[in-house]
Design a protein around this ligand. Structure first.
Ligand code: SAM
Length: 278
């Protein structure tokens, strides 16, 4: 076990506060502080950033972020059992850790922070995906965050970074890659977590682009992508007919084969189509 700070090992913290993992909250904890420090380093220049950590649990990643120099960490945790353990970390790093107890899907933490803001999280899969989509589809771009460093099931991470022509390519890849650079920075086996999940996990790091990679109206682009991939085995001339009855000639004019399936169309062409639809 590592010595990244003077606090007790996480196994002791968990035993002392009786933090037995709850399945309903998607609790698979990281107990190796070398590993959490590594994830924190993957988040970028922490010394000059405020960090939002979603789902700190007993605080392994929180400790990594603070030990790696984050200016301030704002941690949002739903499980009230974790509050005493997180308070101990806050006491060890005076003025640098603020904890909000509650549901990250309902809390807006922005009042408490100044840019640049980095978001780091090891969250249950469904919450993580919902938050990722929210963070990628704000009303204005650039967003309030500079980067996202998020743990997912490996299969979901692969969907975020996927390229056209692959099975993993779809809505998540297009939404992520339209306005961010996305890459997998770390892959972890089930044994890295306590208790171990059933599948491999991966950390994805996304950096917000100053402006979208290609111009397109966001709402139309999201609608086109959703329609195209809701029926991903169909040709575009069929899956997009509901969006435009004259879709076939429009696609031809834009150089997109009307017989192509969604997974064969790259981001640039989806943006061209969305811009043309207006
Ligand atoms: N970050 C810790 C780690 O890496 O060991 C815990 C990770 S565990 C996979 C997920 C954490 O997210 C748990 O502590 C759980 O209670 C918390 N959580 C689950 N749903 C949440 C929500 N909607 N809002 C905030 N925290 C949530």
């Amino acid at each position: 076990m590592s010595q990244i700070d003077a606090l007790p090992p996480l196994r002791d913290v968990i035993a002392r506060h009786d933090l037995r993992a709850k399945k309903a909250l998607g609790q698979n904890f990281l107990l190796d502080l070398n590993l959490t420090a590594r994830i924190a380093r993957a988040a970028g220049d922490l010394a000059g950033s405020d960090v939002i950590e979603v789902g700190p649990g007993p605080g392994g990643l929180t400790r990594g972020l603070l030990a790696e120099g984050a200016r301030k960490v704002l941690a949002i945790e739903k499980d009230p059992r974790c509050a005493p353990a997180l308070a101990e970390i806050a006491a060890a790093y005076p003025g640098r850790l603020q904890v909000l107890m509650g549901d990250a899907l309902k809390i807006d933490p922005l009042d408490h922070l100044s840019p640049p803001i980095r978001i780091v999280a090891n969250l249950p899969y469904n919450v993580g995906t919902e938050l990722l989509i929210r963070w990628l589809t704000p009303p204005e771009w650039p967003p309030f965050w500079a980067s996202l460093t998020l743990m997912f099931q490996k299969e979901v991470a692969e969907r975020i970074v996927a390229k056209p022509g692959s099975k993993a390519y779809g809505r998540l890849a297009l939404l992520a890659q339209w306005r961010a650079d996305a890459r997998i920075v770390l892959t972890l086996p089930p044994g890295a977590f306590t208790p171990p999940p059933k599948v491999d996990s991966a950390v994805v790091h996304l950096t917000a682009l100053p402006e979208p990679r290609y111009p397109a109206p966001a709402g139309t682009l999201e609608r086109v992508i959703a329609a195209a991939f809701n029926q991903r085995r169909k040709m575009l001339r069929a899956s997009l007919r509901g969006i435009d009855p004259a879709i076939e000639s429009r696609l031809e004019r834009l150089g997109i084969p009307p017989t192509a399936r969604a997974e064969e169309v790259d981001l640039r062409h989806f943006c061209l189509l969305a811009s043309d639809l207006g």
